[in-house]
Design a binder for this molecule. Structure first.
Ligand code: ASP
Length: 346
């Protein structure tokens, strides 16, 4: 007899884990029993759903790297007992957490589906129920005995995205996320339609391995017309700084003032890693296409191709944590797509 699939529902917090207090009207965290009162369908799916609540629940604006480590460890510890995992998480930093987990859970071969909601469960018109039930269905879905989506993903509204390709784009509408540079992995309508050519399937049977070393000495430097030498210097002289996400214009362009690229060159020569990431949400950095990016190339700045800021920040933290003593290794791995986080054109 076919056994029922099992999914572990990991509650971490965010709007989806809250309901209005009937007396005060204030939003308060829910426990699993109360959540099932609002969404009784959880008990009625063919999938066995167990719950793992974090304590305390947090608003995702309070997420820090130790939270990612705890989340990755929870999945690792329960990996053999479940067919898939659903992570209930606030939307504000969900893309950072999904990106971080994609690097920390190496050789993943089961679904890890993040979801949340824009309106708390139990409120009229809440998007919590659809998001949660569809995420469970996707986490349990198999084809020929193999998981349909063995990746860290975000499911929101009607779309399944590769997690490390997403950005929160909307604080108001239900379609809160987008993946500007990579197609959806599935679309949920009357049926859930999977797009296998976009999904990564592991080519080997290597066991899951967990990477929890993280180095937070990373900064973001966003360029704008009129940025001063003081500002650039202040950022590049942050104590213990190891790496900078340089958010540039268009296809990776920057001002041509000599002070600018000379300052960057000094920093890279001192071992600070600088990665060029376009401020545009779609498209990629092409260093050397314009003269305005040639200076960056000559200053030792690395191309971030079409990576998101969320994936780049977490990739840097992960690589510096794992290979921090070997800057050349970190620079080399930054130019590779480790788990589908960027497209490298030939
Ligand atoms: N501030 C909330 C959070 O990210 C918003 C949400 O859940 O959508 O935790």
């Amino acid at each position: 007899m076919k056994r029922h699939n099992a999914v572990l529902l990991i509650f971490t917090g965010g709007t989806i884990s809250m309901a209005e207090d009937p007396i005060t009207g204030a939003l308060r965290p829910l426990d699993f029993e109360r959540l099932q009162e609002f969404i009784p369908e959880i008990k009625n799916t063919k999938t066995r759903v167990d719950c793992y609540p974090f304590d305390p629940f947090i608003d995702s604006s309070d997420v820090r790297p130790p939270f990612w480590c705890e989340l990755a460890q929870t999945i690792y510890d329960n990996y053999d007992n479940y067919d898939g995992f659903v992570v209930l998480h606030g939307t504000d930093t969900m893309s950072f957490s999904a990106s971080a987990l994609s690097f920390m859970l190496d050789n993943l071969s089961k679904p890890v589906i993040f979801t949340g909601s824009q309106l708390p469960v139990g409120m009229m018109r809440s998007d919590a129920k659809e998001n949660l039930l569809t995420a469970i269905e996707i986490a349990a879905a198999e084809l020929d005995g193999r998981p349909r989506v063995p990746e860290v993903c975000i499911f929101f509204e009607d779309t399944l995205f590769r997690g490390n390709r997403t950005t929160k784009k909307n604080a108001e509408h239900f379609n809160a996320f987008d993946s500007h540079n990579y197609p959806p992995l599935a679309k949920a309508g009357v049926h859930i339609k999977y797009f296998p050519t976009a999904i990564h399937y592991p080519s080997n049977n290597l066991p899951l391995s967990l990477h929890k070393k993280v180095d937070q000495n990373v900064a973001i430097l966003k360029l704008f017309p009129g940025i001063t030498e003081h500002t650039v210097n202040a950022i590049l002289n942050i104590p213990h700084l190891r790496a900078v996400v340089l958010e540039t214009f268009g296809s990776g362009n920057a001002p041509q003032h000599p002070w600018f690229y000379q300052t960057l060159k000094r920093a890279t020569e001192q071992g600070i890693i600088i990665v060029n990431k376009t401020q545009c949400s779609s498209g990629a950095v092409e260093m050397g296409r314009y003269e305005t990016s040639l200076n960056l190339l000559n200053s030792g700045v690395i191309s971030g191709h079409d990576i998101t800021t969320e994936a780049l920040v977490t990739k840097l933290m992960y690589l510096l944590g794992e290979h921090g003593d070997d800057t050349e290794k970190v620079r080399e791995l930054l130019q590779q797509s480790l788990c589908g986080e960027m497209t490298i054109e030939d």
